[in-house]
Structures are given as C-alpha cells and as structure tokens.
Write a protein that binds this ligand. Structure first.
Ligand code: NAD
Length: 475
C-alpha cells in the first residue's frame, strides 16, 4: 500500500498542470472569481520551425514497428498491424513481463519474431534506441505518453500515441516543437475519426450536404466506474488516480476529433477560446469509501475530492462556430459520443443510436430507406476500399483496423497522415484548458494556436484515397 501511495504522489506530480498556471488540486479548492484568464502557454506562438500539416515523410518499403505498453489496448494495435503486408514487428515492451508474453501470443503462426523488453520503468528506451525500427506505438498510462513520444522522435522514430497524447499544455507544445524539428510524424491514435458514421458525415460535409457547419457536439459518456475501481483493471490504478487528481474533461478526444475534422479545425478554422463547467462528484468518493470498508487496498483512495462527474466544455472558433464536448465516465448512462452536426442546410446525430440524418428540409430525420441511399451515395473512399474487411477483423466495430491500415498505408506510400501533431496537441490540450476554466468558475480560457498561424493555409485532410490504398491485409 505504501508503494501505491508513492506511485500516486508521483503520478500527481507528473500530471500537474503547472504550465497552465495552477496546482493540480486547484480545481477542487474554493474557486476565485476572475475575468478572462491570460494564456501564458500562448507565449510560444509566432514561430513554426517546419509545417508538419500535410507533411509526407519519405516512403517506407517496410514499416518496422516497436510497441510500448501492452495492457488492454496495445495488443489490439499489435494484432491489427500484424495482419498487414510489409510490416515487421520488431520489439514488444511492457514494464510487466507477463503482459509482453501474453500479447506475443497474438503473433503465433505469423512470421513476426519480436525482441522482448520488460522489467524496468525505462526498458522502453531500448526499443526507441534500436536502429531497425521506424515507428513506435505507445499505449501506456497517460502521463507517460509525451515523455515516451519525445524520446522516440529524438531517436528518429515516427510515433503513434494512444489518446490523449499529452496531459499538460506544456507537453503539447513539446510534441509540436519536437515533431517539427525532427520531421517525424506524431500521430494521436484517435480511432473515432474512423468510425463508419463519422466517416460518412465527414464525406457528406465535404460535399456540402449540411451547408455551412454552424455547431458540433461530441462526448465521451461511458460508464467506467467499475473498471476504474477494479484492481485487475488499469495498471496500478492509473486511471482512477487521474480521476482523483484532476477536474475537467480529462478525456476529450473521442468526441472532439471527428467534429474537428469535419470543421477543418487547424486547416481553415481554429479554436479561439473555451469555457468549461464540472458538477460535483456524486459517485467516486462514495465508491472508494464503500470498497475501503471491506478492503484496505482502497484506503489511499478515500478522503479525496474526485473529478466532477459530468463536465461540459464549450469552444468558440475563429469563424464563429461552436463545439460542445461532454465527459462522464461514472454515471450509469448509455454509451454516447453524441456526434451531432448542425449545418445551415441539414443536421445529423449519431447517439442515441440508430444514427440519424435530417432531410434538407430540416424538418425530420430521413427514413430507413433514404438513409440506405445516403450511405450508398456518400460512402467514403476508405470504407469502399477496406470497410468490409475492417468489419470482419473487428475492434470497436472495425474502426481500429481502418485507422491502423490507413496509417501503415500512408507511411508505405509516402503520404501525409490524417492526424498530425497539431491535432494531437490541440485535441489533448482541451483537457488541461478545461481544468483551468473549471478551477475558475467556468471563466473563458484562450486556446493556443499550435499551428502558429498556418491553419489559414493548411489543406483539409485528404479523404479521396486517390493515391495510396495499396496495402493488402491477410486475416
Ligand atoms: N482509443 C481507444 O478506443 C482506447 C481504448 C482503450 C484505451 N485507450 C488508451 O490506451 C492507453 C492505454 O490504456 P489501457 O486500457 O491499455 O491501459 P492498461 O493499464 O491496461 O495498459 C497500460 C500498460 O502500460 C504498461 N506500462 C506502465 N508503465 C510502463 C512503462 N514505464 N513502460 C512500459 N510499459 C508500461 C502497463 O504495464 C500496462 O500493461 C491509454 O491512453 C488509454 O486512454 C484507448
């Protein structure tokens, strides 16, 4: 238990948002009144070392991969990428040897024979130090993402980081600067950008179906109360510790990513400022006390003010559009990422499912038959190409496979990635910025422009698949 306490304190230190002007527990202290908060994190704005938006790295004949973090999520990327041609899995790393050994079984019957690294907190550096690796996947607890990604890029590796890519605004800037300086891709693996309805609405938006996009909504509403308090769940209870030391929308990217792509954020529009409000905690402290009454393991998790259960964050863009993002991972809600699009001609709403699209009269949702026609008419190129196979492979209904396939295909064909370091930084930064607003009575907080002005000329994500699309899969 002593050890657990020490790790908790360490995590608290690592995830502190000193860069955004406050201690980590500030969100729970009595809240001062203030006007619009200054944005010291914007001080770096003005100089882009190199524009990574639309950047195509030299083609890779074979993509040689190392994996760091093989808990619940890492093995899913391992399994997906092992099914793709011209991929070599070179290294597997997890601090826990048993996790590496059990994930290696995913590769049974394949030609992949990776070297294993484990047993110490920094064994992962040896993966990044290898000369025969092009790409490092990172699926570890959040506070380790940026330190691992920075080191990997410094060693000449492209990186893919699970969501969120960073936990402080300072870390977001470091990712941007390092990716620009090293010219290495830094992609955050926002798989929800590849879900079928999100891809459909992106394609429809591009073809003008919704008219001008006025407003978008997204969310991560998923009851993880049991899993967060499960001793056999997340490694060393890391996710519960995040929930007990921060207050805001600490996991914004699933709902936000698809809306940002649809609104061409960082590529024609940019976020300007946000306001964020959290209610109080009705569930987590109570749950910790109930569990601690029976099991002393949970004692360190009692007597803490946990994150407010529901957070609502509203973002204003430079073009005057709005985005609303919600986060609640403790209430017994039905799963939802909302995905609402409101345009001048039509609208769409994914959750509660079934997903719906309005007719252009704006009066009613289209019928099931009309929906099928729309799905056919606006079927995205990537779905046409590999959608059936992705559904067969599975992984959140196939979106994980679509993302991993597209990533490897872009690297092999020397194409720009769909999600660049500016997306990773911006979408992740919403978490610490929301904490800052919550801590100050929902005061408005400026959102940094990680593109340093290049958003005005950056091109929208290429969804045409006119180039590439050559990577075959064997399942
Ligand atoms: N996009 C999605 O749909 C999705 C789904 C699940 C999880 N995730 C993300 O994936 C990431 C991992 O989540 P998870 O559910 O797999 O958590 P997890 O706790 O199951 O796995 C994390 C792994 O990291 C390992 N680890 C910890 N410290 C390490 C170190 N120093 N070196 C090497 N390995 C270390 C742990 O042993 C563990 O196996 C998180 O960012 C999470 O948000 C994303």
């Amino acid at each position: 238990m002593k050890n657990n306490r020490r790790l908790f304190l360490k995590l608290a230190g690592l995830t502190g948002f000193s860069a955004v002007g406050g201690g980590i527990l500030k969100g729970f202290a009595s809240v001062p009144q203030s006007n619009v908060l200054p944005a010291p994190e914007n001080a770096r704005a003005g100089k882009q070392l190199f524009n990574m938006s639309g950047y195509a790295a030299p083609k890779l004949e074979t993509v040689r991969i190392g994996f760091i973090g093989l808990g619940q999520r890492g093995p899913e990327h391992l399994s997906n990428t092992s099914k793709l041609e011209a991929v070599e899995i070179k290294a597997l790393c997890d601090i826990r040897n048993e996790s590496v050994l059990s994930s290696k079984k995913v590769l049974d019957g394949t030609a992949h024979n990776p070297v294993i690294y484990s047993g110490s907190e920094d064994a992962w550096k040896k993966v990044c130090d290898r000369k025969d690796i092009d790409l490092v996947f990172i699926a570890t607890p959040w506070h380790l993402h940026t330190p691992m990604a920075l080191y990997a890029m410094e060693q000449g590796k492209h990186v893919c980081i699970e969501v969120p890519a960073a936990v402080t605004v300072e870390e977001c800037w470091k990712l941007v600067e390092t990716s620009e300086r090293t010219r290495k891709h830094c992609m955050m693996l926002e798989n929800c950008c590849y879900d079928f309805f999100e891809l459909l609405t992106l394609n429809m938006a591009r073809q003008g179906y919704f008219g001008e996009i006025v407003h978008g909504e997204g969310a991560y509403i998923h009851n993880l109360l049991g899993l967060n308090f499960d001793k056999a769940g997340y490694y060393d209870m890391w996710r519960l510790k995040e929930n007990m030391t921060r207050n805001g929308n600490i996991y914004p990217t699933h709902g936000l990513g698809p809306i940002c792509q649809l609104m061409d954020i960082n590529r024609g529009d940019k976020m300007d400022y946000l306001v964020s409000m959290s209610g109080k905690d009705f569930q987590m402290e109570k749950k910790a006390e109930e569990l601690a009454a029976k099991d002393p393991f949970f004692k360190p998790f009692t007597n803490h003010k946990y994150r407010g259960n529901m957070n609502t964050t509203c973002i204003y863009t430079s073009k005057g559009r709005t985005i609303m993002i919600q986060h609640d991972v403790t209430s017994p809600n039905i799963y939802s990422r909302i995905h609402k699009i409101s345009g001048t001609k039509a609208s769409a709403l994914k959750y509660p499912e079934p997903a719906k699209i309005s007719g252009t009269d704006g009066e009613s949702w289209v019928s099931d038959e009309q929906m099928k026609l729309l799905e056919k008419q606006y079927e995205p190129a990537i779905v046409k190409k590999i959608g059936e196979l992705a559904k067969e492979v599975g992984g959140h209904g196939g979106m994980d496979f679509l993302m991993d396939w597209r990533l490897i295909d872009c690297l092999r064909n020397g194409l720009a990635l769909d999600q660049d370091v500016y997306d990773a930084a911006l979408w992740s930064a919403i978490a610490p910025l929301s904490e800052k607003s919550v801590a100050n009575r929902a005061t408005s907080v400026d959102v940094p422009d990680f593109t340093n002005g290049s958003w005005k000329k950056n091109k929208p994500v290429d969804i045409s698949l006119q180039t590439g699309g050559t990577t075959k899969a064997k399942i």
